[in-house]
Design a protein around this ligand. Structure first.
Ligand code: SF4
Length: 404
Protein backbone atom coordinates (compact mmCIF):
# COMPACT_ATOMS: atom_id res chain seq x y z
CA UNK A 1 0.00 0.00 0.00
CA UNK A 2 1.31 3.47 -0.81
CA UNK A 3 2.35 5.39 2.28
CA UNK A 4 1.07 8.88 2.96
CA UNK A 5 3.56 11.67 2.51
CA UNK A 6 4.76 13.18 5.77
CA UNK A 7 2.97 16.45 4.99
CA UNK A 8 -0.04 15.94 2.72
CA UNK A 9 0.10 18.45 -0.12
CA UNK A 10 -2.99 20.15 -1.50
CA UNK A 11 -3.60 21.83 -4.77
CA UNK A 12 -5.27 25.14 -4.07
CA UNK A 13 -7.53 26.90 -6.56
CA UNK A 14 -5.83 27.97 -9.74
CA UNK A 15 -6.83 31.34 -11.10
CA UNK A 16 -7.53 32.29 -14.71
CA UNK A 17 -4.76 30.85 -16.78
CA UNK A 18 -1.97 31.34 -14.24
CA UNK A 19 -0.69 28.15 -12.68
CA UNK A 20 1.21 29.61 -9.78
CA UNK A 21 -1.16 29.35 -6.87
CA UNK A 22 -0.46 25.85 -5.63
CA UNK A 23 0.25 25.12 -1.98
CA UNK A 24 3.78 25.32 -0.58
CA UNK A 25 5.74 22.22 -1.33
CA UNK A 26 8.77 20.76 0.39
CA UNK A 27 9.81 19.06 -2.85
CA UNK A 28 9.65 22.18 -5.00
CA UNK A 29 11.51 24.18 -2.35
CA UNK A 30 14.22 21.49 -2.21
CA UNK A 31 14.45 21.52 -6.02
CA UNK A 32 14.78 25.30 -6.03
CA UNK A 33 17.53 25.18 -3.40
CA UNK A 34 19.37 22.47 -5.30
CA UNK A 35 19.26 24.36 -8.61
CA UNK A 36 20.44 27.55 -6.84
CA UNK A 37 23.36 25.68 -5.27
CA UNK A 38 24.72 24.58 -8.64
CA UNK A 39 26.60 27.04 -10.76
CA UNK A 40 29.39 27.29 -13.20
CA UNK A 41 31.35 29.28 -10.59
CA UNK A 42 31.13 26.30 -8.27
CA UNK A 43 32.59 24.02 -10.93
CA UNK A 44 35.38 26.54 -11.50
CA UNK A 45 36.11 26.54 -7.79
CA UNK A 46 36.37 22.73 -7.86
CA UNK A 47 38.74 23.02 -10.80
CA UNK A 48 40.85 25.49 -8.79
CA UNK A 49 40.99 22.84 -6.06
CA UNK A 50 42.26 20.23 -8.52
CA UNK A 51 39.13 18.72 -10.09
CA UNK A 52 39.02 17.96 -13.80
CA UNK A 53 36.29 19.55 -15.94
CA UNK A 54 35.69 19.83 -19.66
CA UNK A 55 33.26 21.63 -21.94
CA UNK A 56 30.75 19.23 -23.47
CA UNK A 57 29.94 15.60 -22.73
CA UNK A 58 26.76 16.59 -20.90
CA UNK A 59 24.40 14.27 -22.70
CA UNK A 60 24.38 10.50 -23.18
CA UNK A 61 28.20 10.50 -22.62
CA UNK A 62 27.91 11.88 -19.06
CA UNK A 63 28.25 8.50 -17.22
CA UNK A 64 31.58 7.92 -18.95
CA UNK A 65 32.88 11.33 -17.90
CA UNK A 66 31.87 10.84 -14.28
CA UNK A 67 33.53 7.39 -14.36
CA UNK A 68 36.68 9.25 -15.45
CA UNK A 69 36.37 11.70 -12.53
CA UNK A 70 35.71 14.53 -14.96
CA UNK A 71 32.91 17.08 -14.65
CA UNK A 72 31.13 17.66 -17.97
CA UNK A 73 29.90 21.23 -18.46
CA UNK A 74 26.98 21.74 -20.79
CA UNK A 75 27.86 23.86 -23.82
CA UNK A 76 24.77 25.94 -22.97
CA UNK A 77 26.76 27.47 -20.09
CA UNK A 78 28.70 29.39 -22.74
CA UNK A 79 25.70 31.60 -23.43
CA UNK A 80 23.97 31.52 -20.06
CA UNK A 81 25.29 34.92 -18.92
CA UNK A 82 26.29 38.08 -20.80
CA UNK A 83 25.58 36.36 -24.07
CA UNK A 84 25.23 39.65 -25.98
CA UNK A 85 28.81 40.54 -25.11
CA UNK A 86 30.02 37.08 -26.21
CA UNK A 87 28.01 37.32 -29.43
CA UNK A 88 29.63 40.66 -30.24
CA UNK A 89 33.09 39.04 -29.95
CA UNK A 90 31.91 36.30 -32.33
CA UNK A 91 30.82 38.91 -34.87
CA UNK A 92 33.61 41.46 -34.47
CA UNK A 93 36.69 39.46 -33.56
CA UNK A 94 35.92 36.24 -35.44
CA UNK A 95 33.92 37.90 -38.20
CA UNK A 96 31.09 35.36 -37.98
CA UNK A 97 28.42 36.89 -40.25
CA UNK A 98 25.61 38.59 -38.31
CA UNK A 99 22.96 36.40 -39.95
CA UNK A 100 24.43 33.28 -38.37
CA UNK A 101 22.70 31.89 -35.27
CA UNK A 102 23.28 33.60 -31.93
CA UNK A 103 24.35 30.24 -30.48
CA UNK A 104 27.47 29.89 -32.56
CA UNK A 105 28.56 33.51 -32.10
CA UNK A 106 28.05 33.48 -28.34
CA UNK A 107 29.83 30.16 -28.11
CA UNK A 108 33.05 31.16 -29.86
CA UNK A 109 32.95 34.60 -28.23
CA UNK A 110 32.69 33.18 -24.71
CA UNK A 111 35.44 30.61 -25.38
CA UNK A 112 37.65 33.47 -26.55
CA UNK A 113 36.86 35.54 -23.45
CA UNK A 114 37.76 32.55 -21.28
CA UNK A 115 40.95 31.61 -23.07
CA UNK A 116 43.11 32.29 -20.02
CA UNK A 117 40.95 30.17 -17.69
CA UNK A 118 41.71 26.61 -16.62
CA UNK A 119 38.99 24.66 -18.44
CA UNK A 120 40.62 24.20 -21.83
CA UNK A 121 39.33 20.87 -23.16
CA UNK A 122 36.23 20.42 -25.30
CA UNK A 123 34.50 17.13 -26.13
CA UNK A 124 31.92 16.82 -28.88
CA UNK A 125 30.09 14.17 -30.85
CA UNK A 126 30.60 14.08 -34.61
CA UNK A 127 26.85 14.48 -35.16
CA UNK A 128 27.05 18.10 -34.07
CA UNK A 129 26.29 20.85 -36.60
CA UNK A 130 28.90 22.13 -39.02
CA UNK A 131 29.09 25.65 -37.52
CA UNK A 132 30.03 24.13 -34.16
CA UNK A 133 32.73 21.94 -35.75
CA UNK A 134 34.07 25.05 -37.51
CA UNK A 135 34.22 27.30 -34.48
CA UNK A 136 35.86 24.56 -32.43
CA UNK A 137 38.65 24.67 -34.97
CA UNK A 138 38.91 28.42 -34.31
CA UNK A 139 38.96 27.75 -30.57
CA UNK A 140 42.17 25.75 -31.03
CA UNK A 141 43.81 29.06 -31.88
CA UNK A 142 42.92 30.21 -28.34
CA UNK A 143 44.68 27.18 -26.87
CA UNK A 144 41.72 24.82 -26.50
CA UNK A 145 42.18 21.10 -27.00
CA UNK A 146 39.23 19.44 -28.72
CA UNK A 147 38.21 15.82 -29.07
CA UNK A 148 35.56 14.49 -31.42
CA UNK A 149 33.75 11.20 -30.87
CA UNK A 150 33.37 9.92 -34.42
CA UNK A 151 29.75 9.97 -35.43
CA UNK A 152 27.80 6.77 -35.80
CA UNK A 153 24.22 6.77 -36.97
CA UNK A 154 21.73 3.97 -37.02
CA UNK A 155 18.45 4.46 -38.86
CA UNK A 156 17.07 1.02 -38.21
CA UNK A 157 17.67 -2.01 -36.04
CA UNK A 158 19.73 -3.74 -38.79
CA UNK A 159 22.15 -0.77 -38.82
CA UNK A 160 23.08 -1.55 -35.23
CA UNK A 161 25.53 -4.23 -36.32
CA UNK A 162 28.07 -5.69 -33.83
CA UNK A 163 30.96 -3.90 -35.61
CA UNK A 164 29.10 -0.57 -35.33
CA UNK A 165 28.57 -1.08 -31.60
CA UNK A 166 32.23 -2.08 -31.22
CA UNK A 167 33.40 0.96 -33.18
CA UNK A 168 31.47 3.31 -30.92
CA UNK A 169 32.57 1.48 -27.76
CA UNK A 170 36.19 1.84 -28.95
CA UNK A 171 35.61 5.55 -29.57
CA UNK A 172 34.38 5.91 -26.00
CA UNK A 173 37.39 4.06 -24.67
CA UNK A 174 39.58 6.56 -26.55
CA UNK A 175 37.74 9.37 -24.73
CA UNK A 176 38.63 7.73 -21.39
CA UNK A 177 42.27 7.52 -22.45
CA UNK A 178 42.21 11.15 -23.62
CA UNK A 179 40.82 12.22 -20.25
CA UNK A 180 42.83 10.08 -17.87
CA UNK A 181 45.64 8.39 -19.81
CA UNK A 182 44.18 4.93 -19.14
CA UNK A 183 41.15 2.76 -20.01
CA UNK A 184 37.96 3.39 -18.08
CA UNK A 185 37.31 1.58 -14.82
CA UNK A 186 34.43 -0.62 -16.00
CA UNK A 187 33.02 -1.25 -12.52
CA UNK A 188 32.83 2.49 -11.93
CA UNK A 189 31.15 3.01 -15.29
CA UNK A 190 28.59 0.31 -14.47
CA UNK A 191 27.82 2.17 -11.25
CA UNK A 192 27.34 5.46 -13.10
CA UNK A 193 25.08 3.79 -15.68
CA UNK A 194 22.95 2.19 -12.96
CA UNK A 195 22.57 5.53 -11.22
CA UNK A 196 21.60 7.27 -14.47
CA UNK A 197 18.99 4.57 -15.10
CA UNK A 198 17.63 4.98 -11.57
CA UNK A 199 17.29 8.73 -12.10
CA UNK A 200 15.60 8.23 -15.48
CA UNK A 201 13.07 5.86 -13.91
CA UNK A 202 12.21 8.45 -11.28
CA UNK A 203 11.92 11.25 -13.85
CA UNK A 204 9.65 9.11 -16.02
CA UNK A 205 7.45 8.49 -13.00
CA UNK A 206 7.25 12.24 -12.31
CA UNK A 207 6.27 12.93 -15.92
CA UNK A 208 3.63 10.24 -15.70
CA UNK A 209 2.17 11.58 -12.42
CA UNK A 210 2.28 15.12 -13.75
CA UNK A 211 -0.25 14.17 -16.44
CA UNK A 212 -3.04 14.45 -13.90
CA UNK A 213 -1.71 17.47 -11.97
CA UNK A 214 0.36 19.47 -14.46
CA UNK A 215 0.16 22.72 -12.49
CA UNK A 216 1.34 21.14 -9.27
CA UNK A 217 4.74 21.01 -10.96
CA UNK A 218 4.77 23.76 -13.57
CA UNK A 219 6.91 23.84 -16.70
CA UNK A 220 10.00 25.59 -15.36
CA UNK A 221 10.65 23.16 -12.48
CA UNK A 222 9.80 20.27 -14.80
CA UNK A 223 12.39 21.55 -17.24
CA UNK A 224 14.87 21.87 -14.37
CA UNK A 225 14.35 18.21 -13.57
CA UNK A 226 14.83 17.19 -17.18
CA UNK A 227 17.98 19.31 -17.43
CA UNK A 228 19.27 17.68 -14.24
CA UNK A 229 19.13 14.24 -15.85
CA UNK A 230 22.82 14.39 -16.67
CA UNK A 231 24.47 16.80 -14.24
CA UNK A 232 22.22 16.10 -11.21
CA UNK A 233 23.11 19.64 -10.11
CA UNK A 234 26.48 18.28 -8.99
CA UNK A 235 24.86 16.36 -6.12
CA UNK A 236 23.30 13.05 -7.25
CA UNK A 237 22.19 11.96 -3.76
CA UNK A 238 20.31 15.20 -3.17
CA UNK A 239 18.87 15.13 -6.70
CA UNK A 240 17.53 11.61 -6.08
CA UNK A 241 16.07 12.74 -2.74
CA UNK A 242 14.31 15.66 -4.46
CA UNK A 243 12.92 13.35 -7.15
CA UNK A 244 11.57 11.01 -4.46
CA UNK A 245 9.94 13.92 -2.66
CA UNK A 246 8.33 15.08 -5.89
CA UNK A 247 7.00 11.61 -6.62
CA UNK A 248 5.58 11.39 -3.12
CA UNK A 249 3.84 14.76 -3.41
CA UNK A 250 2.58 14.19 -6.94
CA UNK A 251 1.08 10.85 -5.93
CA UNK A 252 -1.13 12.74 -3.50
CA UNK A 253 -1.69 15.93 -5.48
CA UNK A 254 -5.33 16.66 -6.24
CA UNK A 255 -6.00 16.01 -9.93
CA UNK A 256 -6.44 19.17 -11.99
CA UNK A 257 -10.10 19.78 -12.80
CA UNK A 258 -9.85 23.16 -14.47
CA UNK A 259 -9.96 22.91 -18.29
CA UNK A 260 -6.62 23.47 -20.00
CA UNK A 261 -4.96 22.63 -23.30
CA UNK A 262 -2.36 19.85 -23.15
CA UNK A 263 0.61 20.29 -25.46
CA UNK A 264 3.86 18.67 -26.56
CA UNK A 265 6.97 20.86 -26.75
CA UNK A 266 9.81 19.76 -29.01
CA UNK A 267 13.11 21.57 -28.56
CA UNK A 268 14.53 23.67 -25.78
CA UNK A 269 13.24 26.83 -24.18
CA UNK A 270 16.01 29.20 -25.20
CA UNK A 271 16.01 32.76 -23.90
CA UNK A 272 15.52 31.89 -20.24
CA UNK A 273 12.30 29.92 -20.44
CA UNK A 274 9.99 32.96 -20.61
CA UNK A 275 8.01 31.25 -23.33
CA UNK A 276 7.09 28.46 -20.90
CA UNK A 277 5.37 30.99 -18.67
CA UNK A 278 3.54 32.44 -21.65
CA UNK A 279 2.26 28.98 -22.55
CA UNK A 280 0.93 28.42 -19.03
CA UNK A 281 -0.54 31.90 -18.79
CA UNK A 282 -2.41 31.08 -22.00
CA UNK A 283 -4.06 28.21 -20.13
CA UNK A 284 -2.05 25.39 -21.62
CA UNK A 285 0.21 22.79 -20.03
CA UNK A 286 3.17 21.05 -21.59
CA UNK A 287 2.73 17.36 -20.92
CA UNK A 288 5.13 15.93 -23.48
CA UNK A 289 8.77 17.05 -23.61
CA UNK A 290 11.18 16.30 -26.43
CA UNK A 291 14.38 17.61 -24.95
CA UNK A 292 16.32 14.94 -23.05
CA UNK A 293 16.68 11.19 -23.33
CA UNK A 294 14.84 9.44 -20.51
CA UNK A 295 15.23 5.82 -21.60
CA UNK A 296 17.59 3.26 -20.11
CA UNK A 297 21.08 1.94 -20.75
CA UNK A 298 21.31 -1.86 -20.86
CA UNK A 299 22.83 -3.15 -17.63
CA UNK A 300 23.57 -6.73 -18.65
CA UNK A 301 26.36 -6.11 -21.17
CA UNK A 302 29.83 -4.51 -20.92
CA UNK A 303 29.32 -0.84 -20.03
CA UNK A 304 30.99 0.79 -23.04
CA UNK A 305 28.83 -1.34 -25.33
CA UNK A 306 25.83 -0.37 -23.19
CA UNK A 307 26.56 3.27 -23.94
CA UNK A 308 26.88 2.53 -27.65
CA UNK A 309 23.53 0.71 -27.64
CA UNK A 310 21.96 3.58 -25.73
CA UNK A 311 22.98 6.25 -28.23
CA UNK A 312 22.07 4.19 -31.28
CA UNK A 313 18.66 3.29 -29.82
CA UNK A 314 18.04 6.87 -28.73
CA UNK A 315 18.77 8.07 -32.27
CA UNK A 316 16.23 5.70 -33.73
CA UNK A 317 13.66 6.94 -31.19
CA UNK A 318 14.29 10.52 -32.38
CA UNK A 319 15.76 11.67 -29.07
CA UNK A 320 18.98 13.51 -28.17
CA UNK A 321 18.32 16.69 -30.15
CA UNK A 322 21.13 16.20 -32.65
CA UNK A 323 20.98 18.65 -35.55
CA UNK A 324 21.16 16.03 -38.29
CA UNK A 325 21.07 12.29 -38.84
CA UNK A 326 18.59 9.87 -37.33
CA UNK A 327 17.69 11.89 -34.24
CA UNK A 328 16.63 14.85 -36.34
CA UNK A 329 14.92 12.79 -39.02
CA UNK A 330 12.97 10.65 -36.59
CA UNK A 331 12.12 13.31 -34.02
CA UNK A 332 8.64 13.65 -35.49
CA UNK A 333 7.86 10.04 -34.56
CA UNK A 334 8.93 10.67 -30.99
CA UNK A 335 6.70 13.78 -30.91
CA UNK A 336 3.84 11.74 -32.34
CA UNK A 337 4.20 9.03 -29.68
CA UNK A 338 4.13 11.68 -26.95
CA UNK A 339 1.22 13.47 -28.59
CA UNK A 340 -0.81 10.27 -28.41
CA UNK A 341 0.34 9.02 -25.02
CA UNK A 342 -0.23 12.35 -23.23
CA UNK A 343 -3.55 13.15 -24.92
CA UNK A 344 -2.08 16.44 -26.21
CA UNK A 345 -4.16 18.69 -28.47
CA UNK A 346 -1.30 20.49 -30.20
CA UNK A 347 2.44 20.66 -30.76
CA UNK A 348 4.91 23.51 -30.33
CA UNK A 349 8.37 23.17 -31.83
CA UNK A 350 11.12 25.54 -30.90
CA UNK A 351 14.45 26.32 -32.57
CA UNK A 352 17.13 28.98 -32.62
CA UNK A 353 16.72 31.75 -35.20
CA UNK A 354 19.20 31.29 -38.03
CA UNK A 355 19.73 27.58 -37.36
CA UNK A 356 19.56 25.88 -40.77
CA UNK A 357 19.21 22.46 -39.14
CA UNK A 358 16.38 23.56 -36.88
CA UNK A 359 14.50 25.13 -39.82
CA UNK A 360 14.67 21.95 -41.88
CA UNK A 361 13.54 19.79 -38.96
CA UNK A 362 10.69 22.19 -38.14
CA UNK A 363 9.53 22.30 -41.77
CA UNK A 364 9.60 18.50 -42.03
CA UNK A 365 7.55 18.25 -38.86
CA UNK A 366 5.07 20.93 -39.97
CA UNK A 367 4.48 19.03 -43.23
CA UNK A 368 4.16 15.70 -41.44
CA UNK A 369 1.68 16.83 -38.78
CA UNK A 370 -0.35 19.08 -41.07
CA UNK A 371 -0.96 16.09 -43.29
CA UNK A 372 -2.46 14.32 -40.30
CA UNK A 373 -4.51 17.31 -39.21
CA UNK A 374 -2.53 17.74 -35.98
CA UNK A 375 -2.17 21.41 -34.95
CA UNK A 376 1.42 22.61 -34.78
CA UNK A 377 3.29 25.91 -34.53
CA UNK A 378 7.00 26.58 -34.79
CA UNK A 379 8.70 29.19 -32.67
CA UNK A 380 12.15 30.68 -33.01
CA UNK A 381 14.23 32.57 -30.49
CA UNK A 382 17.81 33.57 -29.78
CA UNK A 383 19.98 32.18 -26.99
CA UNK A 384 19.80 35.48 -25.13
CA UNK A 385 17.90 35.60 -21.84
CA UNK A 386 15.20 37.93 -23.00
CA UNK A 387 11.47 38.24 -22.57
CA UNK A 388 9.50 36.62 -25.36
CA UNK A 389 8.65 39.10 -28.11
CA UNK A 390 5.13 40.42 -28.59
CA UNK A 391 4.92 38.36 -31.74
CA UNK A 392 5.84 35.13 -29.93
CA UNK A 393 3.33 35.83 -27.18
CA UNK A 394 0.58 36.55 -29.73
CA UNK A 395 1.34 33.40 -31.69
CA UNK A 396 1.23 31.18 -28.60
CA UNK A 397 -1.97 32.78 -27.30
CA UNK A 398 -3.69 32.53 -30.67
CA UNK A 399 -2.61 28.92 -31.05
CA UNK A 400 -3.96 27.94 -27.64
CA UNK A 401 -7.21 29.88 -28.22
CA UNK A 402 -7.64 28.06 -31.51
CA UNK A 403 -7.38 24.74 -29.65
CA UNK A 404 -9.83 25.75 -26.92
S1 SF4 B 1 21.63 27.02 -33.53
FE1 SF4 B 1 21.85 25.37 -35.05
S2 SF4 B 1 23.50 25.99 -36.43
FE2 SF4 B 1 23.60 27.27 -34.58
S3 SF4 B 1 25.10 26.24 -33.30
FE3 SF4 B 1 23.07 25.56 -32.63
S4 SF4 B 1 22.69 23.67 -33.85
FE4 SF4 B 1 24.41 24.75 -34.80
Amino acid sequence: MAKSPSTPKKHTTVTSGAADTVAASEARTALEELTQSYSFQKIEQLVEEGASAIWGGMSWEAPLLYACDTIPIGIGELWREESREAEAIGENHFQVPAEYCSMIKAMIGRLHLRKNEKIKRILYFGSTCEPISNVLELAKGDGYETYCIENVTSFKEEDKRPEVVKFLADELQKVAIWLTGKPVDEERLKFEIKRKNLISRKINRILELRLKSPFYLTSIPTLQILMGTNHNYGNPEEFIRVLDLLIEELEFAIPETRPYIPLVLAGGAAGGGGILKVIEESNAAILGWVIAGTEFYPEDIPPLEAMAHYVLDAQSRGELGEGAGTSATYRRFHIERLYKSTGARGIITSAITGCPYGSVVQQTERDYFKEQGIPIISLESSVHKERPTEEQVMRVKTFVEMLS
